[in-house]
Write a protein that binds this ligand. Sequence first.
Ligand code: G4P
Length: 533
Amino acid sequence: MSLSNVAEVSPRPTAEPFRLRRTFAIISHPDAGKTTLTERLLAAAGAIQQAGAVRGKAGTRSTRSDWMEMEQQRGISITSSVMTFDYDGLTLNLLDTPGHSDFSEDTYRTLTAVDAAIMVIDAAKGIESQTLKLFEVCRLRDIPIITFINKIDREGQSPLDLIDEIQGKLALDLTPVLWPIGQGVDFGGYIDLVEKRVLNPQGKTIAEYDQLEDLLDNEELIDNPVFMTALETLEMAQAMLPEFDLKTFHEGHLSPVLFGSALKGISVAELLRTLGDWGPEPRPQPALPAPIPPSDKKVTGFVFKVQANMDANHRDRIAFVRLCSGKFERGMRLKNVRSGKDMAVSNPMFFFGNNRELAEEAVAGDIVGIPNHGTLSVGDTLTEGANINVTGIPNFAPEIIRRVRLTDHMKTKQMSKALSDLAEEGVTQVFRRMVGADWIVGVVGQLQLEVLSARVAKEYGVPITFESLGFEVARWVESDDPDELKRFIAAQKVNMAEDRTGAPVFLAQNAWWADRAKQDWPKIRFLTTKERH
Ligand code: G4P
């Protein structure tokens, strides 16, 4: 039986710059170690030195991609940010995804802008709820996933049990790249199946092999019972797991798995290597009328996130654009397909956390921030003139619906500006009732409401509170029969609202009423998601 079931490293293509981009996110349940791993990856790639200003400002914690005050106070990551850095001839774009489950909407959209994801799993806890949710989003788009089983320096579940659990819960095939020698206090290094060597806990090579069986000739190793158990379980794993196959990985059906410790820096260099050597190049972007290949010569990109007031001193508004094709150059004129308007992009930015520099050039896979005053919204497609619309950027039906109450009535105008700005960012959804003039916000989690009121108060100077309206369910409504839709809206007028774009939304007291409406109006579609254009 062959024990070396991983592919050879392919040479790096050099012809087209976009082929050297790796645009990825890290997905995990809170506390699995995403922040620690991010810091370690940046350090291993030398990126923390590259961004000297970041390091100098506030010590190691400033490498965190979190920067909002509330995040610091509460220790959660609310906004998605971007870190662009070089590694081994490649440009890596790491998109941070908020870890808290209340921010899933923002996270979903960020995941529309990546080509790969690193899934961090706590070795003691296995698959947790948020990991599962995020994984499902990745699966919707068949995003290739590298699995990093973290905290191997602590006692945890055995590697075989973990693999079993992941395969079972996610229905995802795994194949080992790095295998641990013991765990917790017994941790004695790892076997690197790609470079065919055994390393000690400090990452120093202590043996090399051609076939794994060759290691049985190494007396020092075979005298170590922990090593022998590791070898045995590795053989069992390989017997039951498929061989690594680049194509299957790129199709999102097979995940290379590494065991390591972010805190101790174990396996982090190998994780970068896996991403660099096997991670996918920018993928064709789903769009209408046709997907956009990254090799297309014309520039296209889409806005996956808008962030207002990132820098309190500048009170700016940045649209984060993922480039899908072409070579973008500073000063270029691009058309916003939604509005039909052209704009000169004179100050595009690259980001490293909250530090930024002017982006002179960018290619498919790159993320550029475009400062603007409200012309760009999440979901907008930018082109050199073609009428192409990127698809798959969803709005989710809110799970909490509240009327906004203003305590200072002199500030109605500021409140409406604040709500529409934050709605464009995707922090909240805003609706207007068809009867009456109430402002209604819809969010997917309670914490999102707290963020909303904190930001409206801090950034716009408007104190607001929320009150219940008696609605728990919101559904966008559509029909192939426009007259039927009109009849439905007329019949349900008191339960109807419009979203920012004017699309009709049905509000129901609870799931039972929503179901009832569905039965009564079979020609109406009740949608839980809506694409943002
Ligand atoms: P998150 O961003 O996914 O929420 O996780 P984060 O990196 O903040 O890590 C959560 C906790 O797990 C932290 O401990 C961190 O030090 C610890 N941790 C991360 N990676 C490893 C690892 O490989 N091994 C071990 N043993 N621990 C790890 P904390 O006590 O909550 O915070 P801190 O005081 O250490 O910052």
